[in-house]
Write a protein that binds this ligand. Structure first.
Ligand code: ZN
Length: 233
């Protein structure tokens, strides 16, 4: 199986579902992590050019921890809107990876880039499969399963499925700690320690699921994906 996680910014996948991605990697699946935006506005210290380069490097290094491939659509932070240009960029992310399963943001997360990524990925699951829509890459060969990951701090999110990440929580935190530029930024902007944030949310979801640490998901119900199957690890 090929697994694709699509987040808005370099650090979203690491905060929200890296424990599950690490589990897929351990199972020997091909894992792709895409940050749609370029990270260009996530700093009070560096210029946009500097922080874009820094965050790209951090994303690649973080993915390397689990042997995943890092991708980006290079859309500037905050400038991601649902239009034809973005739709084609996301279609091409799916076509480059031809995933069996995709994890992306919940449709009701805390900021516009997250919400727009969620919508664009949902649209692309079907559209990327249309062979008569010519883009830079050939059409996907299947319709993937689509799951929404938890929101930031779990607000507005009622989980339907959980993944026990007790055995990958430390890997998840290591992946986040590679995002060094964002550790200071999250502290400055949200007064939040990234590793504590990850651990507390995973612990809370773990309490709900009866395990030490968990990540929470919902499945987008789409015709005709097999809703009788469990495809989360
Ligand atoms: Zn984000």
């Amino acid at each position: 199986m090929k697994i694709l996680a699509v987040g808005a910014h370099p650090d979203d996948i690491e905060i929200l579902c890296a424990g599950t991605m690490a589990k897929y990697a351990k199972l020997g699946y091909e894992v792709y992590i895409c940050h749609v935006c370029d990270g260009s506005k996530g700093s009070n210290i560096y210029t946009s050019e500097e922080i874009t380069a820094i965050r790209r490097k951090e994303a690649v290094e973080s993915a390397k921890i689990i042997g995943a491939t890092s991708l980006t659509a290079n859309i500037p932070d905050g400038e991601l809107i649902v239009d034809l240009e973005s739709r084609i960029k996301i279609i091409d992310i799916l076509r480059q990876t031809d995933p069996d399963l995709i994890i992306t943001h919940s449709p009701d997360d805390y900021m516009s880039d997250h919400v727009n990524v969620s919508k664009l990925v949902f649209e692309a699951t079907y559209l990327a499969n249309l062979v008569l829509w010519k883009t830079n890459f050939p059409a996907t060969t299947k319709l993937p399963f689509l799951y929404y990951m938890d929101t930031l701090s779990g607000l507005n999110f009622i989980p339907e499925e959980y993944v026990d990440v007790t055995d990958t929580i430390e890997t998840k935190i290591k992946m986040m700690l590679k995002m060094k530029s964002q550790i200071g930024w999250l502290k400055d902007i949200h007064n939040s320690n990234a590793d504590e944030f990850i651990r507390v949310v995973a612990k809370f979801r773990g309490f709900q699921a009866g395990v030490n640490y968990a990540e929470a998901f919902t499945q987008k119900r789409m015709y005709p994906q097999g809703l009788t199957k469990r495809v989360l690890p």
